[in-house]
Design a protein around this ligand. Structure first.
Ligand code: C2E
Ligand code: CA
Ligand code: CA
Ligand code: CA
Length: 276
């Protein structure tokens, strides 16, 4: 109850005009970002809550703009979505993530964020097929992360794309669970393999919020009975990790186990762990 969770979604900004101008400039630069090779992927480890072994990495896009310096995805992804630039950017992300994941041990999977704009393109499944065949990555190693917001529109296009990807062997995770419009009905409509519990609940639970604790317990119980796993997001300390483990989450992601890192570092982290 301490977090209103709405901080990123305020629609009335006092400096609206300055922001509109900044936005126009970012949009202009973003149009050139792909061809100028200004985008890069970072990878954040996700660990098994019990064994603490790395089970996957989440690919997180980074933009190092010649004009604007490093721009956070929280800022440019919404612009990319509004302008539909997220479609070509998302295709690049998918291809790059699959390519880089082929360098990891075979049991390590890669999770790629997929925007609703991408899912409502009729050829989304084809871009996944292409990324897999171009890289040679096995489909079972690819997880697609989607948010509840896809169910705000007529979800039939998105559902059928995701079902095609699942037929290939990919899995689908439900990201930022509990932060959007939560009608639980959609859990019956798609076979998610994982529910990602948003960081706001993890923080709340760590601050002893009864509501957050109850919600995490309920999500874990529900996921168990639906044969889904749970990933707790944004775990920053040993105390939070212990609490999350006690609450029964399957996997943990957060700064405590590793920040998003460059592909080379991810590879090295791996070589270190395995030469122990
Ligand atoms: P997300 O998918 O919920 O990704 C998790 C975010 O939480 C990442 O922020 C990550 O760096 C951050 N995070 C992870 N552990 C911790 C922690 O312990 N503490 C805190 N405070 N933060 C933590 P990032 O990389 O800035 O990305 C923000 C959002 O941008 C993502 O949220 C996702 O919605 C979007 N995004 C990032 N990459 C992509 C992409 O390739 N495609 C699309 N469509 N969206 C992306
Ligand atoms: Ca995500
Ligand atoms: Ca998330
Ligand atoms: Ca988030």
């Amino acid at each position: 109850a301490k977090d209103d969770g709405g901080g990123e979604h305020r629609h009335y900004e006092p400096a609206l005009h300055a922001n509109a101008e900044e936005r126009r400039q970012l949009e202009f630069a973003l149009r050139r970002a792909l061809e100028n090779r200004e985008l890069e992927l970072n990878y954040q480890p996700v660990v098994n809550a019990t064994t603490e072994e790395v089970v996957s990495f989440e690919a997180l896009v980074r933009w190092n703009s010649a004009q604007h310096g490093s721009v956070s995805p929280g800022k440019f992804v919404p612009i990319a979505e509004d302008t539909r630039l997220i479609v070509p950017i998302g295709t690049w992300v998918m291809e790059q993530a699959c390519r880089e994941a082929t360098r990891w041990p075979e049991h390590v999977r890669v999770a790629v964020n997929v925007s609703p704009e991408q899912l409502f393109e009729p050829d989304f499944a084809a871009t996944v097929v292409n990324a897999l065949s171009a890289s040679g990555l096995e489909a079972r190693r690819l997880e697609l992360e989607v948010t509840e917001s896809i169910f705000l529109r007529d979800a039939s296009v998105a559902r059928s794309s995701l079902e095609q990807c699942m037929a290939l062997g990919c899995t689908v995770a439900l990201d930022d669970f509990g932060t959007g419009y939560s009608s639980l009905g959609y859990l019956r409509k798609l076979r998610f393999s994982t529910i990602k519990v948003d960081r706001s609940f993890v923080q709340g639970a760590a601050q002893d919020s009864k509501e957050s604790l109850a919600i995490i317990r309920a999500v874990v119980a529900m996921a168990d009975s639906l044969e889904m796993t749970t990933t707790a997001e944004g775990v920053e300390s040993v105390e939070e990790a212990d609490l999350i483990r006690r609450l029964g989450c399957t996997k943990i992601q957060g700064y405590y186990f590793g920040r998003p890192m460059r592909a080379e570092e991810a590879l090295q982290l791996f070589r270190r762990r395995h030469s122990d």
